[in-house]
Every structure is written in C-alpha cells, then in structure tokens.
Design a protein. Structure first.
Length: 349
C-alpha cells in the first residue's frame, strides 16, 4: 500500500503543496490523497530531476557564453534528458524488483514509495510508461540528429547503454563498482557536452573540462546513497564502489569530492574554461562546512523528528550541497553570458 509518511497529520494538503512535497522529498505529505500527477512524479522519482536539469542548463549556458545558443535544440535536449532520466529510474525499479533486489526491507522501499512494491502503479503501467518515454526520447534524438548530425546519436546511445546496463544483465555496472564512474560520465561529459553540442552545433575539449565540476557533485550524491545502503548491498552481493572500498574510505572519498568541486571550478576559471563569475559557488561554502561536519559524525541510529526520507542520510546531505552549489554555478554562467569576464592563463602555460 502506498505510504504517505512525511509531514504532520492534519487537513489534506492541496495539489500545489502535494506536488511540492513530492519534488522536495520524494514522498507525499501525511494525509494526502494520491492524484495522477503525484503518482507519476513518485513513480519516476522526479525529485532528483534537478540534477539533470542543472547539467542541461550548464551545457546550454556554456553555448550561450560563446554566442552559439539556439532555443529549440536546447529545450528539446533538456526535455530528452529528463525523459531519459525518468526511463532510467523506472527501469532500475522494474529490474531490481524482478531480480529480487528491491524487497520491502530494502532501503529503496523504505525512504519513498516503490512503484511496484507500494502498489503505486501496476507492472503493466510501469512498462507502458517506460516504452512511451523511450519513444518520445528517441523521437527527440532523431530530430536533433537530423538537425545537428551523427554525434547526437553517439551521445544518446552512450547514455542509453549506461542507463540500461546500470542494473540490467549481463553487465550490471552498479554491481561491479562501475555505477559511480558511469554517473560521472553521464551527468558530466554526456549530458553537459551533449547539450552544448546540440545547442551550439559543435563542441571542443574545454567544454568537456567545464563539465567536470558538476559531474563530481552528482557522483557524490550516488556515493552518499550507496553509503546509506552499504550493509544491505553487501548482504545481497551488490558490489558498489562503496562496498568495494568500505564505509571509511567511501566517506573520505565523498568528502574529497565535495572539496574537489570547488577546486575544479577554481582551476577551470584560472584556465579560462569557466568565467570568473562562476566563483560565485564560493557562496555555498557554509553548506560545505555543514556537510563535512555531518560526514565526520556517525549516522544517527534512528530518524530525527520530522525527517522525511529515512533510512537515507548521507545522500540527503550530499543534496544539501548539490542543489545550492549547482544553482550558484548556473547563476555564474548566466552572468558570464551577460558580462563575460575570463582569465586566459592557459595560454601562458
């Protein structure tokens, strides 16, 4: 049965409050009656689409900073990426359910409603949604290929390959410590580089370098999630990078990735790859300090009062940094379009 575990009991919330809660926490507020929009926001795990939209925005703004921005290809690319992300989430839930990984006692079914285990949607409806979203994403890819050329297919097929075999046999990338590197490639060079190419019609190596900072942040989110599931994954034989490294080294790795985001932005600015305005990410340093302090303490033994997504903990704190840092990076790129200010130290090396 569908869980509505977040929020305090009271009057049933309206649609806007319902959708906002789902997008913020991945759960309905307490007392909420499920509606069709909330149902599919939950089934597609729309609460994490912000990462995909941020990657798309970075790619588009990098193109705009070079006076190569075209609205229609950019909007279609962003829509295609969100559809692909939805397909990835639904496919992972379907395959993990059918392979026996997702069970009522596994974290996936505890922090938010699982599409199948919770009765949120039927298997038939989930498969149908996967097919429809795939067809729409493929149609966008075909149009953009006609518009921009064969590299669009290369970007799209690379992303599809990683998305499908993230949990699908025979590769099961997540099961062999390759899920984290895959996420780095997808949310960095593939999404940011692909959006740039579609928007501008060409691409060069500095754009791929500019994709690294945010790719590090997204990777830290996945490592945080795998930290929260380490014991269960180890018991099920799922050898994520966290399981392979152990919790101590994985915690240290994620803290290093948090810091590496800021270092990589600074290096990209010094090399002229990113504009000076992107140093605005420094405004999120107080969040970095809070996240590092939390990562230095043991995970609580039970959920704090009102906490919405237990037993997840480390991933939630990774998001505490991901969202403001990503938004500040976007703001810096917007300012770079309006008033370009670049260093060119790489020409002196």
């Amino acid at each position: 049965m569908l869980s509505t575990r977040t929020g305090a009991p009271g009057a049933a919330p309206g649609l806007t409050k319902r959708w906002s809660a789902v997008l913020r926490t991945g759960n309905l507020p307490a007392g909420a009656v499920i509606d069709p929009v909330s149902r599919w926001l939950l089934a597609t795990r729309a609460s994490v689409f912000t990462m995909t939209l941020t990657s798309a925005a970075i790619g588009g703004l990098l193109a705009a900073s070079r006076d190569e921005f075209h609205w229609l290809p950019f909007v279609l690319a962003a829509a295609g990426l969100v559809l692909a992300h939805a397909v990835n989430n639904m496919t992972n839930d379907l395959l993990d359910f059918e392979s026996g990984v997702d069970t009522p006692d596994y974290p996936r079914a505890q922090y938010a409603p699982h599409p199948l285990l919770s009765g949120l949607v039927s298997r038939r409806a989930l498969v149908g949604a996967i097919i429809v979203a795939n067809v729409l994403a493929a149609a966008i890819a075909v149009y953009l290929t006609v518009l921009r050329g064969w590299p669009v297919i290369a970007f799209a097929l690379s992303g599809f390959f990683i998305s499908l075999f993230y949990v699908a046999p025979p590769l099961r990338l997540k099961h062999h410590g390759l899920g984290e590197p895959s996420v780095f490639l997808v949310w960095g060079p593939l999404m940011i580089g692909g959006t740039y190419f579609v928007t501008a019609g060409a691409i060069d190596s500095p754009v791929l370098l500019a994709s690294v900072p945010y790719a590090l942040l997204v990777t830290s989110v996945l490592i945080g999630k795998h930290l929260d599931k380490e014991e269960q994954d180890r018991a099920k034989g799922i050898r994520t990078l966290v399981v392979l490294l152990g919790s101590r080294m994985s915690l240290a790795l994620n803290k290093a990735l948090f810091v590496a985001f800021y270092v990589s932005v600074l290096l990209a600015v010094l090399l002229g790859v990113l504009g000076v305005w992107t140093l605005a990410v420094a405004l999120s340093l107080p969040r970095l300090r809070a996240v590092l302090r939390t990562y230095a303490r043991p995970k609580p033994s039970e959920a704090p009062p009102g906490y919405p997504i237990w037993p997840l903990w480390y991933v939630a704190w990774a998001f505490v940094l991901n969202r403001p840092a990503g938004y500040l990076l976007i703001a810096g790129l917007v300012l770079d379009v309006v008033y370009p200010l670049h260093l060119h130290l790489r020409h002196l090396l």
